[in-house]
Design a protein around this ligand. Structure first.
Ligand code: NAD
Length: 252
């Protein structure tokens, strides 16, 4: 008797990024097929190659989630080369380190377009096939910056929007077998994190640890499992307790 999970086809945007290298690897190691989509074909190919080098199944795709035409092309190419998907992970995102005064409308809008409207577009494109087949998982990579205030307002607004898009979509997917959740990481060990933030971890994070990208993959795997079938519309915090600590004072 085996407890092997049903092999799923998982489409991941931003799959060539620092976090997704760990996510792709965990999902592929569990026997799933990972469709790695990113802005650059080369980067997506490298991400897929890394999975294949470890014996997993992966395919590379190009997408710009800020461009509806690019998403239409991706949809056609995925269906052509890999068939219908079971799981959509929206991980593509940018962090524009601008304070309010440094933004213009275009720069602010650009972050919203990629981090919030991008997942909206992807969900509109790929959810009909999940609904039709009566099972699906949508996992949006939000951030603790969407849960608490945060210095860079375009980023925090986009992630707060993404988390609330997630909550709202449980109504759209009512009774369909499709769940939609956000993973809200704290500080993850990726190039997106600047050294200054890394240095703060022992003082600001109760576990005193930076999150390993593989842990995000582990949480995504759990959300795909039967045990998680009633987790829906949730913000899954994976932040070592950082957002639970009132930081007006330094730790005792
Ligand atoms: N690194 C962290 O500590 C951290 C913490 C919380 C949340 N996050 C979120 O996790 C996700 C992944 O972050 P990361 O650390 O891997 O960042 P990253 O910059 O390494 O990866 C982001 C990926 O998204 C891709 N991308 C950017 N714009 C795109 C577009 N328009 N269309 C398609 N792909 C696009 C990039 O090419 C890149 O490969 C992001 O959504 C980020 O906001 C990261």
């Amino acid at each position: 008797m085996t407890n092997a999970p049903t092999p799923r086809t998982i489409l991941i945007t931003g799959a060539a990024g620092g976090m997704c290298r760990g996510v792709n690897a965990r999902l592929a190691a569990a026997g799933h097929t990972v469709l790695c989509a990113d802005l650059s074909r080369d980067a997506a190919e490298q991400a897929a190659d890394a999975v294949r080098a470890d014996g997993g199944r992966a395919e590379a795709f190009t997408v710009d989630v800020s461009d509806p035409a690019s998403i239409a092309d991706l949809t056609a190419e995925v269906h052509d080369r890999a068939g219908e998907i079971d799981v959509l992970v929206n991980a593509a995102g940018i962090l524009d380190r601008k304070y309010l005064a440094d933004h213009d409308e275009h720069s602010f809008q650009r972050t919203l377009d990629i981090n919030l409207t991008g997942p909206f577009r992807m969900i509109q494109a790929f959810s009909p096939e999940l609904i039709r087949r009566g099972w699906g998982r949508i996992i949006n990579i939000s951030s603790i910056a969407g849960v608490t205030g945060y210095p860079y307002p375009s980023y925090s607004a986009s992630k707060a929007g993404l988390s609330n898009l997630t909550r709202s979509l449980v109504i759209d997917f009512w009774g369909t077998g499709v769940t939609v959740n956000s993973i809200c990481p704290g500080v993850v060990d990726t190039p997106m994190v600047i050294q200054e933030v890394r240095d703060q971890v022992p003082r600001k994070v109760p576990t005193e640890q930076i999150v390993d990208p593989a842990e995000i993959g582990g949480l995504a795997l759990f959300l795909m499992s039967d045990d998680a079938r009633n987790i829906n519309g949730a913000d899954m915090l994976i932040d070592g307790g950082a957002t639970r600590y009132f930081q007006l004072f330094d730790r005792p």
